[in-house]
Design a protein around this ligand. Structure first.
Ligand code: GTP
Length: 160
């Protein structure tokens, strides 16, 4: 059992695990690390900044379905393969958020007129070493969830 506990950008307590559904088998949030060709596929949120796509699971939808939908809504990307990576729990002042982390391979990037609540896709060959120091990056990219997820993804899915 490998659980990691740390503080996020807002000093909320986060618990992260790569076990299957450690905190909930019905999480209401998803976050998707996306790969398109040789690049990482992210989105630009108008207020939060650059982040991997994600959002809330809708009524009648599974978390896996929400992951595929959010990637398409926020980037135009079509997910060809979706892998579960882990799950984390954020204990905020008001509420607790439980989020599934996925790795998605995207095989097609559709150009769209609207990307819902975001400004659309952003392709990066490399992720910044210290997103915490970058003003244009979302708080979601600024805690240990990103390096822990990338470590898992590199070990399991990338041939580096
Ligand atoms: P809306 O309901 O869409 O307006 O969003 P919200 O920000 O009010 O609620 P949400 O349920 O998405 O998140 C509630 C709080 O949980 C946020 O304000 C964050 O503090 C925290 N949170 C949500 N997602 C994450 C995440 O991926 N990482 C971290 N560290 N905190 C998160």
């Amino acid at each position: 059992m490998s659980e990691h506990v740390f503080k996020d950008f807002y000093r909320n307590t986060v618990t992260y695990s790569t076990e299957k559904d450690p905190f909930s088998n019905d999480p209401k949030h998803v976050w998707v690390v996306c790969r398109y060709r040789e690049s990482w596929l992210l989105t630009r949120h108008p207020s939060r900044g650059i982040e991997f796509p994600g959002g809330k699971v809708e009524k009648g939808e599974s978390a896996d379905e929400a992951a595929v939908r959010e990637v398409h809504e926020e980037t135009g990307g079509h997910v060809s393969t979706l892998y579960y990576v882990g799950q984390y729990m954020v204990e905020g002042r008001a509420e607790t958020v439980i989020k599934n982390v996925y790795f998605a391979e995207v095989d097609r990037l559709e150009k769209k007129d609207s990307y819902f609540e975001t400004e659309g896709p952003l392709l990066l060959e490399r992720l910044p070493h210290q997103p915490k120091k970058k003003k244009n990056y979302s708080f979601i990219m600024k805690d240990d969830v990103l390096p822990l997820s990338m470590k898992e993804i590199e070990a399991r899915f990338l041939n580096t």
